[in-house]
Design a protein around this ligand. Structure first.
Ligand code: IMP
Length: 429
C-alpha cells in the first residue's frame, strides 16, 4: 500500500522555519506528530498576522480536524505544557486535538536545576543549552530513573518512581550546593497536573500505526536540526535527542518502511544558537544585517542567533545521513538585495579539501570554508511567483545550485512569514 507519510526536519542547526512549513503542510494533513526534543524547541507560526509561539505542542494544533501527537521520544515538562495549552486554548479547550504518549518522559524541576548546574560547572566549555532540562531528562531516561506520562495515571507507582529519581538526583543537587527537591510538594503538583493531562495520555504508537495504515496523511515534525543530532551532530555541542527521520521509528513506534518522504527544511543562509563550530559564520556587518532582516533572535530564549553564509558541505552531509528526498527553502526573501552573496562548497583542512563534517568539533572548528560567489538577487514581487521559472535569473542560479548539489527537488519556497508567502513547486502527498 502507498503510505502518505512525510518527515519534516531541520537540516542545519535548528530554527530553519520548520514550524511555518509544518503548519503549511499540516493544513493538508490528518495527523502531525512531534517525536523528539521538548520545550527547547520554539516553533512560531503566523496566522492572519498573529504570531503564535509553540514549544511542545505540534504545529498542526491550530488546524481544525488535525490530530496532534506527542510521541514517546519527546520529553515533556507537564507544567509548561499545561501553561502552553492555557495560553493557546484558554477559551476553547474543545478545539484541542491532542494525544500524548504514555511512554514520553517527564521533564521535572530537578532536571532544570541540573541543566543549570552542569552548564555552570563547565564554565567556558558550556554547551549553551536552553536551560529547559532536556539533557538531564534524557540522561534519566537512559539511567532508567525517568518518570513517564503513563506513570502519572497510577498514583502509587508515581510515588515509587519519584522516590527512585530523587534518591539519586537530590544527592547530585546537594553536591552542587542546590536545595534538594521536596518530594511531597512535587508529588502533589504532579497529581493535579495528571488530572488535567489524563484525557490526552494514550499509546500513540497504535494511533499512528492505524492512521498510517488507513492511508491518512501523517507528518512527523522534527524539532532542532540535523547538526544538533546527538550522534551525527557537532558533538558535544548538540541536543540530547535525534531530530531526524532516521529516529522516527524508535521515537514514535512506527516501522521504518512506513516513513516515506523526507523533507529537509533549509534556511537560505546559516544560523546557530549556542556554542559550537560553524565554519561559515559571519560575525561582522554582513551577519548583523541578515540578523536584523531575518529577525534572527531565538523564539524561546530571545538569544541573538549567529549568522553565516549557506553551507552546502554541511547540508550534503545531513542529506546523506537522513535520506532527504525534497527541500523546503526558507527565508529566501531575506536575501533579496544582499551584496556579497556566497555559498560554502567545502572546507580546507590542513591543506586538504573536504566536503563532509568531521566527527571532532575541535577539528571542525579548524575547517576553513571554501566559497562560490553568486550575483545579488534583485528585489522581486513575491506575489508574482507561482513557479520556479517566475523567479529572477539570479535567484534561479542560487537555488539551482542548491538543488543540483543536494540531488533533491525544491518542493517549497518560503518568501515571508505568512502562510500565503509559501510557494509550492511540487505536491508533497
Ligand atoms: P538543549 O537542547 O537545551 O540541551 O541545548 C543543546 C544545544 O541545542 C544548544 O546549543 C541549544 O542552543 C541548541 N538548541 C536546542 N533547541 C534548539 C532549537 O529549537 N533551535 C536551535 N537550537 C536549539
Amino acid at each position: 500500500m502507498e503510505y502518505r507519510t512525510i518527515s519534516v526536519e531541520g537540516s542545519q542547526f535548528g530554527d530553519e522555519g520548520k514550524g511555518k512549513i509544518t503548519d503549511y503542510i499540516a493544513s493538508k494533513a490528518n495527523v502531525v506528530c512531534r517525536y523528539q526534543g521538548g520545550n527547547n524547541a520554539g516553533h512560531s507560526i503566523e496566522i492572519d498576522g498573529v504570531r503564535h509561539a509553540l514549544r511542545s505542542l505540534p504545529s498542526g494544533i491550530y488546524e481544525p480536524g488535525v490530530m496532534n501527537v506527542i510521541a514517546n521520544g519527546v520529553v515533556v515538562n507537564p507544567f509548561a505544557l499545561l501553561d502552553e495549552i492555557d495560553e493557546n486554548f484558554a477559551g476553547n479547550p474543545d478545539r484541542l486535538k491532542l494525544a500524548i504518549s504514555d511512554r514520553a518522559h517527564l521533564i521535572l524541576p530537578y532536571h532544570i536545576l541540573l541543566d543549570g548546574c552542569y552548564e555552570g560547572a563547565m564554565g567556558k566549555n558550556k554547551i549553551g543549552t536552553t536551560h529547559r532540562g532536556i539533557g538531564p531528562c534524557y540522561s534519566d531516561k537512559a539511567k532508567r530513573i525517568g518518570i513517564r506520562m503513563g506513570d502519572l495515571l497510577d498514583p502509587d507507582y508515581l510515588k515509587e518512581r519519584l522516590e527512585n529519581a530523587l534518591a539519586i538526583n537530590n544527592r547530585i543537587l546537594s553536591a552542587f550546593g542546590e536545595k534538594p527537591v521536596d518530594i511531597d510538594e512535587l508529588y502533589s503538583r504532579l497529581l493535579s497536573a495528571a488530572e488535567r493531562l489524563r484525557p490526552f495520555i494514550t499509546d500513540t504508537s497504535v494511533l499512528l500505526d492505524e492512521a498510517i495504515d488507513a492511508g491518512k496523511k501523517v507528518v512527523f515534525e522534527g524539532a532542532q536540526g540535523s547538526l544538533l543530532d546527538l550522534d551525527h551532530g557537532t558533538y558535544p555541542f548538540v541536543t540530547s535527542s535525534s531530530p531526524t527521520s532516521v529516529s522516527i521509528p524508535v521515537n514514535a513506534g512506527v516501522a521504518p518502511y512506513k516513513v516515506k518522504k523526507v523533507l529537509a527544511i533549509m534556511k537560505s543562509y546559516m544560523t546557530r544558537v549556542g556554542e559550537g563550530p560553524m565554519p561559515s559564520e559571519q560575525d561582522n556587518a554582513w551577519g548583523q544585517s541578515i540578523r536584523e532582516r531575518g529577525n534572527e533572535y531565538g523564539t524561546v530564549t530571545k538569544r541573538p542567533r549567529r549568522v553565516g553564509y549557506l553551507d552546502l558541505a554541511l547540508l550534503g552531509y545531513t542529506s546523506r545521513i537522513t535520506g532527504v528526498t525534497d527541500l523546503a527553502v526558507t527565508l529566501f526573501d531575506v536575501l533579496m538585495g544582499v551584496d556579497d552573496l556566497k555559498i560554502c562548497v567545502g572546507y580546507s583542512l590542513d591543506g586538504k579539501l573536504i566536503d563532509y563534517v568531521p566527527a571532532s568539533a575541535k577539528t571542525y572548528a579548524h575547517c576553513k570554508p571554501v566559497y562560490k560567489s553568486f550575483e545579488t538577487i534583485p528585489f522581486f514581487d513575491k506575489t508574482k511567483i507561482k513557479t520556479f521559472d517566475d523567479l529572477p535569473r539570479e535567484a534561479k542560479e542560487y537555488l539551482g545550485f542548491i538543488k543540483d548539489t543536494l540531488h533533491a527537488d525544491i518542493a517549497l519556497l518560503s518568501l515571508g512569514a505568512e502562510r500565503t508567502d509559501t510557494v509550492s513547486f511540487k505536491p508533497l502527498f
